[in-house]
Design a protein around this ligand. Structure first.
Ligand code: 5GP
Length: 223
């Protein structure tokens, strides 16, 4: 048996939450890049729909599906979203269909969503969801990362800092917590979590076939 992710298994929903500026987006991007080199096509990012204004560096369909409020409400009301929430005064939601397809085909899906969305996913799909909360090492560090990103106005940054306090309070609802002092270390820990979750017995449905083969081999060897 090889130790590659088993295509016959159901995928994992790996959910990352944190206040804006804790480094979650970089961790997410690095994880996708590295995983796709080692296990091509086994991990994909869930691309959310949002009513937020697109930042200059963002690409529609890659970072988000940028939609207006009417379109978002129509998606929501037609059951096309697995979860949705209002964050920083904008709507964000997870399109249902790509996630369900990926999971049923044995691919893992990475989510960058807030605590409200995480609660909804956990209550809808408790057997599939693994949750990770990313904390910044300090509040000044959080602020300086938001300022350094230089893609949001001073007013937006101030609002995000105010909202961080509420987001922080949900850290203890998550399975794992990463304090992002050192990006490389946090990244290694994030990969370790994904690897361990993939190796859970319940995630390997073909294991009994392998063990039966082992037993047959053992019997043949036993005088
Ligand atoms: P940003 O505007 O900085 O891209 O994201 C703001 C917040 O919205 C982040 O905390 C991010 O995790 C969250 N978010 C992004 N997409 C979704 C989504 O589909 N659902 C929920 N509930 N939150 C989301």
């Amino acid at each position: 048996m090889n130790d590659e992710p088993d295509i016959s298994r159901r995928g994992i929903m790996l959910v990352l939450s944190s206040p804006s500026g804790a480094g979650k987006t970089t961790l997410t991007r690095n994880l996708l890049e590295k995983e796709n080199i080692e296990y091509p096509g086994k991990l994909e990012l869930s691309i959310s729909a949002t009513t937020r204004v697109k930042r200059p560096s963002e690409i529609d369909g890659t970072h988000y599906y940028f939609v207006n409020k009417a379109k978002f409400e129509s998606m929501r009301d037609h059951g096309e979203l697995l979860e949705w929430a209002e964050v920083h005064g904008n709507y964000y939601g997870t399109p249902r269909e790509p996630v369900e397809r990926a999971l049923s085909e044995g691919r893992d899906v990475l989510f960058d969503i807030d605590w409200q969305g995480t609660q909804q996913l956990r209550s809808k799909m408790p057997d599939d969801v693994v949750t990770i909360f990313v904390l910044p090492p300090s509040a000044p560090d959080l602020k300086s990362r938001l300022v350094r990103r230089a893609e949001d106005s001073a007013e937006v940054i101030a609002q995000r800092l105010r909202n961080a306090a509420e987001e922080f309070q949900h850290w203890n609802e998550y399975d794992y917590v990463l304090v992002n002092r050192d990006l490389q270390k946090s990244f290694e820990r994030l990969r370790a979590i994904l690897t361990a979750e993939r190796l859970k017995r319940v995630k390997m449905p073909n294991l009994n076939v392998f063990v039966e083969k082992l037993l047959a081999e053992l019997k043949a060897l036993t005088p």
